[in-house]
Design a binder for this molecule. Sequence first.
Ligand code: G
Ligand code: G
Ligand code: MN
Ligand code: NA
Length: 253
Amino acid sequence: LTLESELALAADRGEFELFYQPQVRLVDGSLVGAEALIRWRHPVRGYVSPGEFMPVVNTSALSDRIGNWVMETACRQARAWELSGNSVRVAINLSPSQLDSGDLAHSVAALLEATGLTPSLLELEVTEDILLHDERRVLDMFKRIQQLGVRVLFDDFGTGYASLSYLKKFPLDGLKIDRSFVLDLLTDSDDAAIVGSTIGLSKQLGLTVVAEGIENRATADFLVSMGCEEGQGYFFGRPMPVEAFEQQFQATG
Ligand code: G
Ligand code: G
Ligand code: MN
Ligand code: NA
């Protein structure tokens, strides 16, 4: 069995699951959102991380199916939290293939309609590979998604080849500073300079900025001192199954 056919079977059997990682307001650690991260609950191997299978998914016929499943599952979850009175903004990761097939803005609109989710509770995270697509098409799609009230964030900011030119070209709502700049923030003065400048740049451009990879309080405090408002990382919580997330954050009140 190839990995691709194993993955198709896994989809048939409902073996995919979304984990949620908390995103917090750094000054007080209060919950502001959650990033949905896919896992494969393998009957023998246990949870398999997306790094091991998403590259195959994204280049196979499965990409649409799994991409749509992620969007729908995350929207339903966000709506359930909204209805419970403890709204949690949910962020999902888009893969490049989701921009190629069909009309993403239309799918998002249909999902909001079907679930009843308040649009501002949904965020889409895009990486530079997505922005490498036909620029006009991406630009148009982002505009229509944003007109729905859904926010678009630039993920892994700073790791690509042309992050700054994408900020200029595309109507983004915010950016996520890649964890590779945050992990050694306290000891690496280059990282500190890059992160500090990125925060300043974001503010000047009117963008939300989220720091990733925060593993201790001192890093969170340092980010606050540099004006960063939101963050995410093992210090606040690992990606976890929905039940654990609800327990920790009482999202179901
Ligand atoms: O959760 P983890 O650190 O293992 O994620 C590894 C990578 O997989 C990250 O880059 C993350 O963005 C990506 N990823 C996780 N979930 C999804 C998903 O639902 N869709 C896509 N396209 N990528 C995902
Ligand atoms: O590429 P993206 O930003 O979507 O990747 C999210 C991934 O980052 C998740 O798979 C998650 O496991 C990982 N991650 C989240 N917080 C931390 C952290 O504090 N430290 C490290 N090393 N990885 C993290
Ligand atoms: Mn992400
Ligand atoms: Na990232």
